[in-house]
Design a protein around this ligand. Structure first.
Ligand SMILES: Nc1ncnc2c1ncn2[C@@H]1O[C@H](COP(=O)(O)OP(=O)(O)OP(=O)(O)O)[C@@H](O)[C@H]1O
Length: 260
């Protein structure tokens, strides 16, 4: 099952990247308050891959994610989701693209308290007037281990379970790519490990594409690849990371930075 799902996903879009940035520059403010948050970043996020973005506070991780997900405008360069270039889209088309092609998971679970778990999972599709694929939905719900909790409201769920609902919601529309911003930032390590395991399974078992911003080397070790940002530039990357290899690389980057 998982293999045929992966193959179908790959066949649908032959290009290797689910999202890519070329010369992506983002400048906030002007004059004395001018900040170059991203400085001509070139990066590709491979289809069917789990990529982690790491870097010191203020290095531009969230800005990169927001620009590539159509949540913030670009100052220069280009960003594509699939074959769609974002800078050419007006607000209406950007909203449409986010709804149809992108799944989001944030540190705060952002569930609606008055809806039960299943209603939260299907909400973005309901809003977009799209009919959920029942088989896919069942598969996701089973994958994230929520089968017995679908009628519960967020207040009746633990933090880890709430984030699992958020992961299922991001997966429900079978997006081109899922962007997760510190998805385990509010979770204890056991619940965090569960959520990371489900994100990993959504890539390895269901053929989805995940990009995750994290500070945590253990979280990054669930990814297939880590890209490191410093001062708005990609400075390094690591394939098949372990928590130890990520930590080592972070130490190396720290000591080779301009301050040293
Ligand atoms: N809306 C904004 N207006 C002005 N400057 C901003 C804005 N958003 C981000 N910045 C600046 O851009 C730079 C990159 O910020 P960003 O939030 O992307 O970093 P980050 O790596 O995600 O940091 P953290 O790990 O602390 O969340 C920082 O210098 C930040 O102060």
């Amino acid at each position: 099952m998982s293999h045929s799902t992966t193959r179908t996903t790959r066949l649908r879009a032959p290009s290797g990247a689910a999202a890519r940035a070329t010369g992506l520059t983002k400048v906030y403010g002007e004059g004395d308050t001018r900040v170059v948050a991203l400085d001509s970043v070139c990066v590709e996020f491979g289809r069917g891959r789990f990529t982690a973005i790491m870097g010191p506070s203020g290095s531009g991780k969230s800005t990169l994610m927001h620009c590539m997900a159509g949540l913030d405008s670009l100052s220069g360069g280009s960003a594509h989701v699939g074959d769609t270039e974002l800078s050419g889209l007006d607000d209406r088309r950007l909203t449409q693209l986010r709804r149809e092609k992108i799944g989001f998971v944030f540190q705060a679970f952002n569930l609606l308290p008055t809806l039960n778990a299943m209603e939260n999972i299907t909400l973005p599709m309901d809003v977009a007037g799209r009919k959920p694929d029942r088989q896919w939905l069942d598969l996701i719900v089973r994958t994230v281990g929520l089968s017995g909790r679908l009628q519960h409201r967020p207040s009746q769920l633990s933090g880890g379970q709430q984030q699992r609902v958020a992961v299922a919601r991001a997966l429900a529309g079978r997006p081109e790519i899922i962007f997760a911003d510190e998805p385990t930032g509010n979770l204890d390590s056991r619940s965090g490990a569960e959520v990371l395991g489900f994100l990993q399974e959504s890539v390895r078992g269901l053929g989805q594409t995940v990009v995750m911003v994290t500070h945590d080397p253990v979280a990054a070790s669930y990814a297939d690849r880590v890209v490191f940002l410093a001062d708005g530039q990609i400075t390094d990357e690591l394939a098949a990371p372990t928590a130890e290899s990520v930590l080592d690389r972070m130490r190396l980057l720290d000591t080779s930075g301009p301050a040293n």
